[in-house]
Design a protein around this ligand. Structure first.
Ligand SMILES: Cc1ncc(COP(=O)(O)O)c(C=O)c1O
Ligand SMILES: N[C@@H](CCCC[NH3+])C(=O)O
Length: 478
């Protein structure tokens, strides 16, 4: 019997019992956060995603494999767009939602989100190429990057992207010079600023504090801030059209207050620029970073709630500043694709290891690892895993899921209760791996990267094929 859960992004009851509990009577897979909404447990205990059994997925596509639940992804894309459109319409402002392709981009995913009314934010020429291959009109694309190459800038201009987000003072000239060299209409640019708001799960994924590489600071200890200099510089170049100001404060943010503080800082900068030049920029982008649940009992940010809070706060700031409301945009990535994905692995070696404190930890090795999910090794990120595809024992053991790489930090799940009878050949599913899994995957130890398999309405389809040893050997010219 499939179990229903809350709509995507809805607030969950923190601490509710899900998944395995030591010694508990629940040892079979339980749908619900952090799994995608299309995950269900049938009466016989078997698990399906988007109507396709996990055993079928494993036998058809092999393991490891990333599985992406199309309906769930589309619902989250729609949910974010509707939540923000509704909340911002109430304050009389328009808003666009850009899907941040860095979280995961393939031709199919770009099409899905575009069909759901989102635009696409790209960070490199490669991401831009995928979005263009998907047929997304240039006007619905943005290009980010702190170190764009000449070729990337040229490609963005060729495609007529709706916005290039400039990240430094030198880049203002580089983009303007590129436009001057080719002629044509002024390029629409936004200036990425850093507000000093530090938010997100880990220092490496927080991007608005000052001592890092992104954007131009709004802090002005002496004279104009770098952000103000950037805006003035854009206005001084006729080859550029100053579309707006961009701020992204970090990723996997679960405390929403940072968004409001950063938005206020950006609107204040916009008002200062207007006082100084008479130019009220048209658009303000508030970035991405909306946090999701990775573990049972964790609470994802609720798009309806957060949209209302941010809209209320920008309305208040704007009224105080006495400026006309700009158009807004946001760039969620993880919140759209993260929960829609899971990774299926096959269990190999199972090894009990005695700990200093007398406990035993069962090391469960799977057929992938840090090459398909770098986040635990890079950020200490926590994930949840369950044995799927068979009825498992009622008893559980303290387990650590590890990969097959030559690295002791090659950990997939730091700590999880798994069935005591876990054994080689079992299928293990890791939840919420849709974002920054495949997109940050590597070929460490010459391990080919897994496929991305889309599931919908009872069928599966390969969206990105598995790499082969031949692919890897083809790169080696001897
Ligand atoms: C500029 C920018 N926009 C959007 C995102 C997407 O962030 P998230 O996937 O956390 O929503 C990022 C990554 O953190 C980013 O750097
Ligand atoms: N790669 C990060 C998110 C993006 C960070 C900066 N844009 C993660 O896996 O959480």
């Amino acid at each position: 019997m499939a179990q229903r859960r809350h709509p995507p992004g809805a607030r969950q009851r923190a601490g509710s019992a899900r998944g395995h509990r030591p010694g508990a009577d629940v040892t079979t897979f339980i749908p619900g956060e952090p799994w995608s909404t299309g995950v269900a447990r049938a009466a016989d205990g078997s698990v399906t995603v988007g109507g396709v059994g996990v055993r079928t997925l494993a036998s058809q596509h092999g393991t490891p494999a990333y599985v992406l639940d199309e309906a769930d992804l589309r619902a989250r894309a729609r949910g974010y767009r509707r939540a923000f459109e509704t909340a911002f319409a109430e304050i009389g402002a328009g808003i666009d939602v850009y899907y941040a392709g860095k979280a995961f981009l393939s031709v199919a995913v770009a099409r899905w989100v575009h069909e759901e009314g989102l635009r696409v934010d790209t960070a490199t020429g490669g991401e831009l190429a995928v979005a263009l291959r998907a047929g997304i009109p240039g006007a619905h694309l943005g290009l980010h990057g702190n170190n764009k190459s000449d070729a990337e800038i040229a490609r963005a201009l060729d495609a007529g992207v709706g916005r290039i987000i400039v990240d430094s003072l030198v880049e203002v000239d580089r983009v303007a010079d590129a436009v001057a060299a080719r002629g044509g209409a002024p390029a629409p640019v936004m200036v990425r600023v850093t507000t000093g708001v530090h938010a997100g799960g880990h220092e490496y994924i927080s991007t608005a504090h000052e001592d890092q590489k992104f954007g131009l600071s709004i802090a002005s200890p002496d004279g104009d801030s770098p952000a103000m200099q950037g805006l003035l510089k854009v206005l001084a170049r006729p080859e550029l059209r100053l579309l707006g100001i961009h701020s992204h404060i970090g990723s996997q943010i679960l405390d929403p207050s940072g968004f409001e503080v950063a938005a206020r800082a950006v609107l204040t900068l916009r008002a200062r620029l207007a006082e100084r030049t008479g130019v009220q920029v048209e658009e303000v982008d508030l970035g991405g970073g909306y946090g999701i649940a990775y573990l049972p009992g964790e609470v994802a940010l609720d798009p309806d709630r957060i949209a209302k809070d941010i809209a209320g706060s920008v309305e208040a700031s704007n009224a105080e500043l006495g400026t006309a409301l700009p158009r807004f945009s946001i760039e969620p990535g993880r919140a759209i694709v993260g929960p829609a994905g899971l990774t299926l692995y096959t269990v190999g070696t199972v090894k009990p290891v005695r700990l200093d404190d007398g406990r035993t930890r069962t090391y469960v090795s799977v057929d992938g690892g840090m090459s398909d999910n770098l986040r635990p090794a890079l950020y200490g990120a926590r994930y949840h895993a369950e044995v799927v595809g068979r009825r498992a024992s009622m008893q559980t053991v303290l387990a650590r899921v590890v990969g097959k790489h030559c690295e002791s930090g090659d950990i997939v799940v730091h700590e999880v209760q798994l069935p005591a009878d876990i054994r080689a050949g079992d299928l293990l599913a890791v939840a919420a791996t849709g974002a920054y899994g495949r997109s940050m995957a590597s070929n460490y130890n010459h391990v080919p990267r897994p496929p991305v398999v889309g599931v919908a309405k009872g069928t599966s389809r390969v969206l990105v094929r598995r790499e082969t040893e031949d692919d890897l050997l083809a790169l080696d010219l001897g």
